[in-house]
Design a protein around this ligand. Structure first.
Ligand code: NAP
Length: 204
């Protein structure tokens, strides 16, 4: 069976790849309807059939620092530890020309043309694949139409700085909206599928 490739994008309303402070970002009670629901819907619920997570070098380093079990603070809620255990165990692919030592179990480095890397991973044994940013990598995935679907989390903040997801592209990419929902603190959760036959239109 083909390994499904899903790209995750996390952005502010102005398309910046930042995790700013806003009322929802501070809620970590573990009570239903609060941050755990947000976490659960975006990460845990969709990850049962995922065996590979691909990250750009910066995102890999950031995840290792914040989301590995080693990086967890004892005060972090249980659902965050669950996510960290998942990340520790899953196969992680770090894209990098310069990193040699990854210092995180079940990790390897790949480099080169992104389409070839995605095809290589799809040709290997395993479950589904998540491409977990950062913004630069996600931009290339969209521009080259490399994912089967996209989960976009939009935070209700116009941040005004930080890494951009959107800057000019020479092709148009069409997507089909599969679902749209909102979270308790105004975050939007958008799920799009790639529309391969209508995408990639070259601009005049
Ligand atoms: N999901 C997320 O992790 C996420 C979401 C939102 C915001 N952010 C924030 O965004 C920032 C990082 O995002 P970013 O867009 O600047 O960086 P990124 O996409 O995480 O990493 C970019 C780096 O990945 C490597 N790379 C990408 N494609 C490659 C390829 N085909 N072959 C070899 N190496 C490749 C290169 O590293 P080398 O220089 O080593 O070659 C490149 O400099 C962080 O501050 C993070 O907090 C992250």
């Amino acid at each position: 069976m083909t390994r499904r490739v899903t790209a995750n994008l996390y952005m502010t309303l102005d398309g910046r790849g930042e995790f700013p402070k806003y009322p929802g970002s501070d809620v970590h009670t573990g009570k239903p309807g609060e941050a755990d629901e947000f976490f659960q819907r975006f990460w845990t619920d969709r990850y049962g059939d995922v065996t590979t997570v691909v990250m750009g070098r910066r995102s890999f380093v950031g995840h290792r620092r914040v989301h590995s079990t080693k990086g967890r603070k004892p005060t972090d809620p249980k659902y965050m530890f669950e996510f960290s255990r998942f990340l520790d165990q899953v196969e992680k692919v770090c894209l990098s020309h310069r990193l040699k030592h990854l210092d995180w179990e079940n990790s390897r480095v790949l480099k080169g043309d992104l389409a070839k890397i995605v095809a290589k991973l799809q040709g290997e044994k395993g479950g589904n694949i998540i491409i977990e940013g950062g913004p630069r990598l996600s931009h290339e995935v969209i521009r080259r139409n490399l994912a089967d679907d996209y989960w976009v989390l939009v935070m209700p903040v116009v941040y005004g700085r930080g890494p951009r997801y959107w800057y000019p592209m020479t092709t148009q990419t069409n997507l089909k909206l599969l679902s749209a929902s909102s979270m308790p603190y105004g975050e939007l959760l958008l799920h799009y599928e790639a529309v391969r036959e209508r995408s990639g239109l070259q601009r005049k």
